[in-house]
Design a protein around this ligand. Structure first.
Ligand SMILES: [Zn+2]
Length: 240
């Protein structure tokens, strides 16, 4: 399924042990509200793979929103809420646009004419907007991506698209981090890949323990970036 260039070795990541590490960082930093490209969202039915998941109509989705409004304690028939189900369903098309994207396909076009460039490529502060799969609450933060090319590079906008394609799904931060790193490794077969995700979770701040000003960091290092001293160097660089 994934693009596998010939003539290069697959990257060997530290996946089983500490390849992806998560910990909580208390910070006073307030994550900014992040906006993504609005020009998304073809009709969801068009991209749903037939036979894999039952098709849901827009009317059914809007009825489900009316049910949740009633469950919350309000009247979906009152004037202010009449158009809300339609708006929520349109918002879902944007928040979950990742299901209609093929992340590996985004990286299928790579460039080999790099004049021997073999140093690390870093894209920092890629905006992340995702949704926690346990509470369907917002996850917002940033992603830092670094890779050291072996022969091929990818357009930098594609790195942001990759984050978007995995972010705009129901996610947990650990898996999101791993998916971004693994897809990049498979597409480019680079010497090393590092992905750091720093994000705040609305389900942590608005409910339950109600922890504000808490962010979570996850990271995944693959290939040469798992070995010292490269590991320490790349982490220091990405920490900025
Ligand atoms: Zn959650």
């Amino acid at each position: 399924m994934q693009h596998q260039p010939t003539g290069s070795r697959p990257i060997r990541g530290n996946r089983g042990g500490n390849g992806c590490i998560a910990w909580i960082v208390i910070t006073n930093e307030v994550m900014p509200m992040l906006e993504f490209d609005q020009a998304l969202a073809p009709p969801p039915a068009a991209a749903q793979r037939a036979g894999e998941r039952p098709q849901t109509t827009r009317a059914e989705a809007e009825a489900a929103v009316r049910t949740l409004i009633r469950w919350a304690g309000d009247d979906p028939a009152r004037e202010g809420l009449l158009a809300t189900p339609a708006r929520v369903v349109r918002a879902y098309e944007e928040w979950f646009a990742g299901y209609r994207q093929n992340p590996a396909g985004l990286l299928s076009r790579t460039f080999g004419e790099v004049a021997g460039y073999d140093e690390v490529v870093i894209l920092r502060d890629i905006p992340l907007q995702s949704t926690c799969e346990h509470h369907m609450a917002a996850i917002r933060g940033v992603v830092h991506v670094a890779y050291q090319p072996r022969q091929r590079v990818v357009g930098i906008s594609k790195l942001a698209r990759l984050v978007e394609a995995f972010g705009r799904r129901l996610q947990i931060q650990e898996r999101l981090t791993a998916e971004i790193a693994d897809t990049l490794a498979q597409a480019l077969q680079p010497r090393g890949v590092a992905v750091i995700v720093q994000a705040s979770h609305e389900c942590l701040s608005s409910r339950g323990v109600r922890l504000h000003d808490v962010s979570m960091q996850t990271r995944r290092l693959l290939g040469e970036f798992t070995q010292e001293p490269r590991r320490r160097e790349i982490l220091a660089t990405l920490a900025g």
